[in-house]
Design a protein around this ligand. Structure first.
Ligand code: SF4
Ligand code: SF4
Length: 143
């Protein structure tokens, strides 16, 4: 599964078209709209996450560009809040890249951001919400 979080800007001419719905219908993509300011006939903006196989995502992005939609990728990163982590280890079993691991001598749970792919699996499993998602500053005005 390939995922991209994007900020899309629509021209006044295209805000009335079902462009995002077509991503699902014509390109087999799933989308999750996080924020939208769309008024038909005016410029619009949308923050959304799309997911699907890589080829379909690339095709979908080409479709958006062909529709004159401006696309800006949103970067995000995962951080471990050591102030609230209770070292339970639950996240280490689910992390697919071994970015989270246990130091067997100290039993401390370690996080290596270089190995993290921001899949977010640890975010939902952590009982105290110690694994946090941070978005790039570019996204902040829209959230
Ligand atoms: S976001 Fe995914 S890859 Fe990164 S630490 Fe969490 S589970 Fe591992
Ligand atoms: S699941 Fe949460 S509390 Fe448990 S070790 Fe991982 S980050 Fe810490």
């Amino acid at each position: 599964m390939y995922r991209k979080m994007l900020v899309l800007r629509f021209s006044a001419e295209t805000t009335g078209e079902p462009i995002v719905c077509n991503l699902s219908r014509d390109f087999n993509l799933c989308f999750n709209i996080l924020r939208a300011q769309i008024v038909p006939g005016e410029e619009g903006i949308m923050v959304l996450e799309i997911s699907g196989n890589k080829r379909d995502v690339i095709r979908g992005l080409s479709y958006l560009r062909a529709k004159s939609v401006t696309i800006k990728p949103v970067e995000r990163e995962i951080r471990k809040n050591n102030d609230i982590c209770i070292q339970c280890g639950a996240c280490t079993g689910i992390c697919p890249t071994k970015a989270l691991s246990i130091n067997r001598q100290t039993m401390e749970v370690l996080f290596d951001p270089k190995l993290c792919t921001a899949c977010e699996m640890c975010v939902s499993i952590c009982p105290v919400k110690a694994m946090e998602i941070r978005f790039s500053k570019e996204l902040m005005p829209y959230l």
